[in-house]
Write a protein that binds this ligand. Structure first.
Ligand SMILES: Nc1nc2c(ncn2[C@@H]2O[C@H](COP(=O)(O)OP(=O)(O)OP(=O)(O)O)[C@@H](O)[C@H]2O)c(=O)[nH]1
Ligand SMILES: [Mg+2]
Length: 415
């Protein structure tokens, strides 16, 4: 988006075609979500235009009758991924800027990326999205209006021809590989520590829980995709052994495939956790579908087998004071293993904390670690990673009687 244009509040008309195999509730939920995505981008919603059709129109996505209605719209947001030619035809017929669901999500990711890795990952997917659109149009300057293909890493996307895009993608990929190397080193250091990851649909409350559980100041916002980077913090009050918590990028229906792939490495870190805490916004009418989407993405990225705890969050927002208790009871009955809670309730957070501590102390073993007097720098590490039951001094060094994970004892025994 041009810098000068980003100041102006643009208005958008939401457009969606409902095919026969899509149920009304699912269709409505998806539109509601597109409205929230638009709000996250700061767009004002000027209207909604829906149509039932057996299939998307091959040329213009909606039928010709609807095209008339859309004339004069400023921006059109299409609730599906459409082809470059459909987008171009739709723009020609209506005079509006057209963004499909993928473009909207990519723009949000672009704006919210903070770390070098997240920026590079998003930029790669945006360039790949842009490439076929450049081919169709040539690099006309007006293509910048859609918001996609704006400035990335100091260059203007539209001025890049396909070859330059390929070079840039290669450059970013190499940058990511070196960042990945750093990350692997950090990761190796944490390998045998007790770790859990907060995963789930965007806006479920993962970062809010992260804050409550670790006392850290991670970013929380009523926006979609507020978090794009994995952050890692220790559970507070600290447990023995220390438990590390990772906050991760949220999921969404129809997440552009390039993004799933590019966020795999960010998520990979979380996936090394022994426990996945699947956070669900129980106050969202579409929470069941969100639960499914998250489960699908987790399976897709290879996390299907990791132990999982489902947390139904935001119970304080479910119904009114009268309806809340039965709603919570219904959730507990249907998902007996799950936790039903509010991240805003300190007592609930404390209960969750206790549950995590119990999970990680379950398979601790007791062992003795002998640390020679010239290796006392290991002391701090032992206290961080283990529960020290007893400590005594002997002629050749200190002997610690500890309770810890078998992997931890193996590592400390080697070092
Ligand atoms: N009432 C209520 N609001 C909550 C609760 N948990 C989170 N929220 C709010 O929900 C919104 C989203 O919270 P986040 O913690 O940013 O959600 P997230 O899962 O990290 O979202 P992404 O980073 O977009 O994936 C914020 O406005 C929070 O204040 C809760 O238990 N009760
Ligand atoms: Mg977040």
């Amino acid at each position: 988006m041009h810098e000068n244009e980003s100041e102006r509040v643009r208005s958008a008309v939401l457009v969606a075609v409902q095919r026969p195999d899509v149920e009304d509730t699912e269709f409505a939920e998806s539109l509601t979500e597109l409205r929230r995505l638009a709000k996250t981008l700061g767009l004002a919603i000027a209207g909604t235009c829906t149509q039932r059709r057996s299939a998307f129109d091959a040329a213009t996505y909606v039928g010709s009758g609807k095209l008339e209605e859309l004339k004069g719209a400023d921006t059109i947001l299409v609730d599906h991924e459409i082809s470059p030619s459909q987008a171009r035809n739709l723009e020609k017929a209506t005079g509006a800027v057209v963004m499909d669901r993928t473009a909207v999500i990519l723009e949000i990711f672009h704006r919210h990326a903070r770390s070098r890795a997240a920026k590079a990952q998003v930029e790669i997917v945006r360039l790949q999205y842009l490439a076929p659109r450049l081919r169709e149009h040539g690099a006309g300057k007006d293509r910048q209006r859609g918001g996609i293909g704006g400035k990335g890493a100091g260059e203007s996307g539209v001025e890049l021809d396909r070859r330059k895009i390929r070079d840039r993608v290669a450059e970013l990929t190499a940058e990511l590989a070196s960042l990945e190397q750093e990350r692997r080193t950090q990761r190796a250091r944490r390998q045998d520590l007790a770790r859990l990851a907060l995963v789930g649909y965007t806006n479920a409350g993962k970062s809010t829980l992260m804050r409550a559980l670790t006392g850290s100041e991670v970013y929380v916002a009523d926006k979609l995709f507020a978090t794009l980077d994995t952050t890692v913090r220790a559970l507070v009050p600290e447990t023995r052994p220390r438990i590390l918590v990772s906050d991760t990028v949220g999921f969404i229906k129809k997440l552009p495939h390039g993004l799933v792939a590019s966020f795999k490495s960010t998520l990979a870190e979380a996936l090394e956790a022994s426990l996945l805490v699947h956070v669900v916004d129980a106050s969202d009418p579409g929470f069941e579908r969100q639960l499914e989407v998250t489960a699908e993405v987790l399976a897709e990225i290879g996390a299907g087998e990791v132990s999982r705890l489902v947390v139904f969050n935001k119970i304080d927002r479910v119904g009114d004071a009268v309806a809340r208790a039965p709603a919570a009871a219904a959730l507990r009955e249907r998902w007996p293993e799950a936790v039903v809670m509010s991240a805003k309730d300190p007592a609930d957070v404390a209960r969750l904390h206790a549950r995590f501590a119990a999970f990680f102390t379950r398979d601790l073993v007791e062992a003795e670690l002998r640390v020679p007097w010239d290796r006392q720098h290991l002391r701090g590490e032992i206290f961080a990673a283990c529960e020290v039951v007893d400590e005594r001094a002997e002629a050749d060094g200190a002997v610690f009687r500890v309770r810890a994970r078998p992997e931890t004892i193996a590592r400390l025994g080697r070092s």
